[in-house]
Ligand binder design. Structure first.
Ligand SMILES: *Cc1c(COP(=O)(O)O)cnc(C)c1O
Ligand code: SF4
Length: 368
């Protein structure tokens, strides 16, 4: 349970730029929100990676519990120094940068009809489990995010109908830059949809303000879709709910891409509550990602089977179909679904025998 915040004067309504100006990324600032353990303090003192989050998100952390699921996403751990199962140069492999096709640094491609367009490496939280941590958190990898170069490449590839703008967090860009990006993409006749991947509805809901709504909102031939990342029910607040409502009211769908994280959301109870609670604030579960093989995040990773087991035991049949995400492993050759497969218990020429979530079976005629 969350006890009272230590510092009470950090209003949830603090505008987004002030949230960023007061970014919580020093021991002194963190201590305004939580009581640090000696271990956390020692790791922070020797930490050389980027870390931190907004005052808003910091205020949602548990004051005393170092195992708080939000706290573990924010505060570096000693375990990040270990790497048994992670791949070196993970991002270069994952984003397919070593293929023959010549692309700007900002364009990652795994599919014919859609690309990921990286426009910034700044975030409203530097997630300890980030699969882009080499770029975003550790700063080992340097890429050039020349937006015009990326736009030019997309303009020349008319097979690309779907552009996913990502980062970092693209909603940390100023309104004018987002407007520029959207206008340029909408001028391209082959672009049918624009998507943003942003954690702001969860870590910086104040970003969804009237200025941003002017840029994003309203009817247009080319729709805007958003996917956010919420990993635990404690990340969901009234402030998030209102931000999502604003987006939906302006015609923008909001989905969720959770990351399956050991000790954070990998138990049946938390997993089900997360997906049900997302619907209560009008966010549609889209994906659950297997925690990727980036270096230094072994301690967040579950066995590969876990995601399908959780969907089987917590969601399928146990709650509404609207709450069902697809569990996928993101790889260099695209996202690969790993889902439960208990449904067909037998089939022959005459009939299919189907099993439900309770283990009951029924039959339907087989159509050759
Ligand atoms: C995830 C991703 C996409 C989008 O995939 P969807 O399944 O359409 O959401 C596109 N390109 C790349 C490189 C990606 O990693
Ligand atoms: S917000 Fe996204 S890009 Fe930024 S650190 Fe978190 S997971 Fe990585």
């Amino acid at each position: 349970m969350n006890s009272a915040r230590i510092k009470e004067n950090l209003d949830y309504s603090m505008p987004w730029k002030d949230q960023l100006n007061n970014f919580v990324n020093s021991i002194e600032q963190l201590e305004q929100y939580i009581h640090l353990t000696d271990e956390e303090r020692a790791v922070l003192e020797s930490n050389k990676t980027k870390w931190g989050t907004t005052p808003y998100f910091a205020s949602l952390m548990d004051v005393d519990d170092p195992d708080c699921p939000l706290r573990r996403q924010v505060i570096p751990s000693r375990l990040e120094q270990q790497n048994t199962f992670g791949m070196n140069d993970y991002l270069l492999w994952k984003e397919n940068r070593s293929t023959e096709e010549v692309r700007p640094d900002s364009i990652a491609r795994q599919y014919r009809d859609r690309v990921a367009f990286t426009v910034t490496q700044a975030c409203g939280i530097y997630c300890r489990h980030c699969f882009r941590k080499e770029l975003v958190v550790d700063g080992d990898l340097q890429l050039d995010f020349n937006v015009d170069e990326g736009l030019q490449w997309i303009a020349e590839h008319n097979e690309v109908r779907d552009v996913l703008i990502t980062g970092g967090d693209p909603f940390l860009l100023p309104d004018e830059q987002l407007e520029y990006l959207i206008c340029k993409l909408r001028e391209m006749p082959h672009v049918e949809m624009i998507r943003f991947g942003t954690r702001t509805p969860i870590v910086l809901p104040q970003r969804i303000d009237s200025g941003l709504m002017k840029v994003l909102g309203g009817y247009h031939r080319v729709p805007i879709w958003i996917n956010t990342q919420c990993n635990h029910p404690n990340e969901i607040t009234e402030t998030t709910s209102r931000a999502v409502f604003k987006l939906l009211s302006s015609g923008i769908q909001v989905g969720n891409q959770a990351v399956l994280l050991k000790g954070i959301n990998d138990d049946v109870e938390t997993f089900r509550t997360l997906h049900q609670k997302l619907l209560t604030v009008r966010i549609k579960p889209y994906y659950v990602f297997y925690c990727e093989a980036a270096p230094g995040i072994d301690h967040f990773r579950t066995p590969v089977e876990k995601g399908a087991e959780l969907i089987r035991d917590a969601l399928r049949g146990h709650t509404t179909g609207l709450a069902q995400p697809m569990h996928v492993v993101a790889t260099n050759i695209g996202k690969i679904p790993l889902m439960p497969d208990y449904y067909i218990s037998a089939k022959d020429k005459q009939e299919y025998t189907l099993r439900n979530h309770k283990g009951e079976v029924t039959t339907i005629p087989n159509v050759p």
